[in-house]
Design a protein around this ligand. Structure first.
Ligand code: C2E
Ligand code: MG
Ligand code: MG
Length: 882
């Protein structure tokens, strides 16, 4: 009997194990799983009931209580009820005396199992050996209680023969089944979890774009997973199971082998960047590998994940290039669409003085200088937004507050939809370029010495002024201003002093004139002034200019302080008025120039207007120059002589003065043609001509006792003195004429000597060595210093007529006396010219003057007249002295 139940128990255990196997592949929580499980448990119970422990007919015992209670516990209500229903149906079909308690013993374990399940789930009881034991005992106690429904003899039989077997076998069966099912349950749960995590893992590995490999320590491909085969070496064909060394060049394989070794040696994941030839070309990868805890075929292995970073690397490379490009010599600013500054480069900081933190987040307006009007910016932004970019010159402000010019170009950056996302501006500081431009401009249009406009700029302004005056009817004036005897300053005090004087003159002119008037320097001591907006009536305009001109002359006559020296100067001004463009710029300049010469010849320190008469004069001059050339070749120039007397009124010599026997105009005095001869250069020829005549005369006189001892003074121009072959010419004339050089006296003006003192002295010495003597003409009107005169081989000073004329006026007398003293100290004789009155003669004689020339004795006269005059008949009162 015990054996029968034991067999039953073993059968049930076996069946429950089979149940575990079958349901392993079904989801126990699905309706299907639950149904299947219920049916299986029901079936197990039927099989158990088919081989029961039979105590009497219809009174069977088997392990159904254990099976059903555990089925209900593990499977829940559905499983329990299905199994219970099947088992119950079969027990009912068996019938017999034990049917009722048998049915109850189907219902009871199901309910008990469910109750235990419920308590367990709520945490009231545990599922362990002791509580399972108690549960099993309780189920069997209830089974025994159910059996009380049996007829008493049967129950007694049971109590007597079977109750202990029941407890002895079914309690352990319940325990065993509980543990078995729990184990199956746990296993199933674990497998499910494993499947889940595997599925998860698979999904994850498939979702990531990375390439994943498992490689063993020999570099063998164990697993390959790639979102696209293109990322694998040779498309991944036949890689699996091969070693790296079999599929790639040694050098590259070694790189990976090193990496694997490094990964295996470390607890931490390792990284590597590498390039690989793939079917879609050379690609760049970033790999991350970690050593695996499991071994494959006894070899250690690593998981290797690699990502294609070719595009990213390209972008990074471009970014690096862009970053370097951003740091150029040009200042760069990147702003957002609202022109808030996002980024600036170092050059920006260098140019503007602003550090990035000063400007980032600020509007670009903070850089504005306020120099451009708002319309400028409106226009600029309109162009940027319409055309995408703008460039031009703009004034901005540095951090220091300094305003500076920059060359700015701005480009708009748009997104795919065409919306502006950023603006990029590059800027170059062009202050230096601008300065250079200005400098060049200044050099091109301004006189470097005085900073005044030069000829070119003057012409420009003149044109504009002419156009303007035509429109508004106001007169303009062009004034040519030439300093009188400026050359002397240069000669006497050096060019530095000359320059200094010119600067002071420029200063005085500017400060005397209005801002809108133009003062220009043409070069040398020539200045040009342009006055605009004068009165529309010519007379009134002329009066205005007259007034301004005299103010200028007055200002220029003030003494100048030039390095220690006090200098005096004056200027001659020539004016031309204009109020239209009828005459071009050159004509105007020429006219003003002519007027200026007119002023000069009118005695300097004067202002002269251009008028039509002057034009006449100019053409006359030109004509004269032409005539002179002819006259020289035709021998129209003749020599006049003016006697020179001693203090007794005795004839001592004569001065040779040229006259022109003009075929139409008659006898012309030097005043009418000497200046023209000087300007045209004819003077040297003329002088030589006169010199030759003079020498011929001297040679002729040598044979006439009345004239043999007379000296002849000949005027010598600077042109001649400095002429290259002058000395040779003089020698030649002397040789040709056989004149005695000791009776020849050359008259040289003071100012003439000053141009090149050294050369003048050399030449004079050379001539002196021939016996020729020298007289300084017009003495007192120049700047000669005593120290200088000492160095020259002089014989005579000739007091200028201007001093003689006003004698015996006291101021003039003082000068005469000073000259006498000077001449005395230098050992020179003195002659006075322009002596017209007896009084003048007397005063001069009283003051020690030895020689005299002037109308008092005779006007210049033709040679024949001179020679025929009875000079010994003394008409004058020289008796006072003798
Ligand atoms: P200069 O050499 O000072 O000559 C003296 C001038 O004074 C002469 O004028 C003469 O006629 C004038 N004169 C003489 N006595 C009197 C007087 O009592 N009262 C006044 N008011 N004048 C008097 P001229 O002949 O008209 O010559 C003018 C100037 O022309 C000369 O001044 C001289 O500088 C220049 N000149 C004349 N002939 C020549 C020449 O052959 N060569 C050069 N280079 N210059 C010459
Ligand atoms: Mg003279
Ligand atoms: Mg003179």
């Amino acid at each position: 009997m015990v054996l029968e139940l034991l067999k039953n128990v073993i059968l049930l255990i076996a069946l429950c194990w089979v149940h575990g196997l079958i349901t392993r592949y079904v989801d126990e929580r699905s309706p299907l799983g639950k149904g299947l499980s219920g049916v299986l448990f029901g079936g197990i119970c039927i099989l158990g009931m088919m081989v029961p422990m039979t105590l009497a007919d219809g009174l069977i015992f088997d392990g159904r209580t254990a099976v059903l209670s555990m089925a209900a516990f593990f499977g829940g209500p559905q499983v329990g009820l299905i199994a219970g229903a099947i088992a119950g149906a079969y027990r009912a079909w068996l019938g017999g005396v034990g049917m009722l308690p048998g049915l109850l013993n189907v219902l009871m374990p199901v309910l008990m199992g469910l109750l235990y399940r419920r308590l367990y789930r709520r945490g009231r009881v545990a599922f362990n050996l002791p509580s399972l034991l108690l549960f099993a005992i309780a189920v069997q106690v209830l089974q025994v209680l159910n059996l009380t429904l049996l007829p008493a003899p049967k129950f007694a039989l049971f109590m007597q023969d079977a109750v202990w077997v029941l407890f002895l076998l079914l309690v352990p069966l319940t325990l065993f089944l509980g543990l078995l099912l729990k184990d199956a349950h746990v296993q199933r749960r674990d497998r499910l979890a494993l499947l889940q995590s595997e599925a998860q893992l698979r999904a994850i590995t498939e979702a990531v774009p990375d390439l994943s490999l498992v490689m063993d320590e020999d570099g063998r491909y164990l697993k390959i997973k790639s979102p696209q085969t293109d990322l694998l070496l040779d498309g991944g064909q036949g890689l699996l199971g091969k070693r790296l060394l079999d599929v790639m060049p040694v050098q590259q394989a070694e790189l990976f082998m090193d990496f694997i070794a490094r990964t295996l040696a470390s607890e931490q994941p390792q990284t590597l960047e590498y390039e690989l030839k793939t079917p879609i070309g050379q690609r760049m990868f970033e790999a991350r590998a970690r050593r695996m805890d499991a071994r494959f075929n006894g070899k250690r292995a690593v998981v290797f994940m690699a990502r294609d970073i070719t595009e990213r690397a390209e972008v990074e490379r471009e970014q690096r290039i862009a970053a370097i490009a951003f740091e150029t010599q040009q200042g760069m600013i990147v702003t957002d669409a609202q022109t808030r500054i996002l980024k600036v480069n170092r050059a920006f900081t260098t140019i503007s003085g602003y550090e990035p933190q000063d400007v980032i987040g600020q509007s670009t307006r903070m850089l504005g200088s306020g120099r451009q009007p708002p319309e400028f910016y409106q226009q600029m932004w309109r162009i940027i937004n319409e055309e995408g970019q703008w460039q031009g010159e703009i004034w901005n402000r540095r951090k220091s507050g300094e305003i500076f010019p920059e060359w700015l170009s701005i480009s708009a950056v748009r997104d795919k939809a065409g919306r502006v996302t950023n603006y990029v501006a590059s800027l170059t500081d062009i202050s230096e370029r601008k300065d250079a431009e200005e400098k060049i401009q200044h050099l091109a249009f301004y006189d470097p010495l005085t900073g005044l406009p030069n000829r070119r700029l003057l012409r420009d302004r003149l044109q504009q002024a002419a156009a303007l005056s035509r429109r508004n009817g106001h007169f303009c004036a062009l004034i040519f201003l030439d300093l009188d005897d400026f050359k002397n300053v240069n000669d006497l005090y050096g060019h530095q002093a000359g320059d200094e004087l010119l600067c002071q003159v420029a200063q005085r002119l500017k400060s005397t004139l209005r801002e809108l008037d133009t003062v220009a320097r043409l070069g040398g001591d020539e200045f040009v002034i342009m006055l605009e907006g004068l009165e529309p009536q010519p007379e009134e305009a002329a009066a205005q200019v007259e007034h301004i001109g005299s103010k200028l002359m007055l200002a220029l006559r003030e003494p100048y302080r030039v390095s220690e020296h006090q200098l005096f100067n004056s200027a001659s001004l020539g004016v031309v008025l204009f109020n239209d463009e009828a005459h071009n710029v050159d004509e105007l300049m020429q006219r003003a120039d002519l007027s200026m010469y007119n002023a000069k010849s009118a005695g300097k320190n004067a202002l002269s207007f251009y008028d039509p008469l002057m034009q006449e004069m100019v053409s006359q001059r030109l004509q004269l120059e032409h005539d002179m050339r002819r006259g020289l070749s035709e021998g129209e120039f003749v020599l006049y002589l003016q006697p020179q007397m001693n203090h007794l009124g005795e004839l001592q010599g004569a001065e040779a003065l040229v006259r022109w026997l003009h075929p139409q105009r008659g006898l012309l005095a030097p005043a009418l043609f000497i200046e023209i001869a000087e300007r045209s250069g004819l003077i040297a020829e003329l002088d030589l001509y006169i010199l030759k005549q003079g020498c011929q005369l001297l040679a002729r006189w040598a044979a006439q006792p009345a004239f043999a001892r007379l000296s002849l003074a000949v005027n010598t121009s600077s042109r001649l003195l400095y002429k290259d072959d002058f000395i040779a010419q003089v020698r030649r004339i002397l040789a040709e004429t056989q004149a005695n050089p000791r009776q020849l006296k050359l008259e040289i003006t003071e100012s003439l000597l000053l141009s090149d003192k050294h050369e003048a002295a050399l030449r004079m010495q050379a001539l002196q060595s021939l016996g020729i003597r020298f007289s300084i003409d017009d003495f007192g009107t120049g700047y000669s210093s005593m120290a200088y005169l000492q160095q020259l081989p002089l014989n005579q000073l000739k007091i200028d007529q201007s001093f003689v004329r006003v004698l015996p006026e006291i101021s003039s007398l003082a000068i005469v006396r000073a000259i006498m003293a000077l001449a005395h100290s230098l050992g020179l004789e003195v002659i006075a010219e322009g002596v017209e009155t007896q009084a003048q003669w007397d005063v001069l004689r009283d003051n020690g003057c030895q020689f005299f020339q002037g109308y008092l004795f005779s006007q210049p006269m033709a040679v024949a007249a001179f020679e025929s005059k009875q000079w010994h008949e003394q008409p004058l009162n020289a008796g006072r002295v003798g």
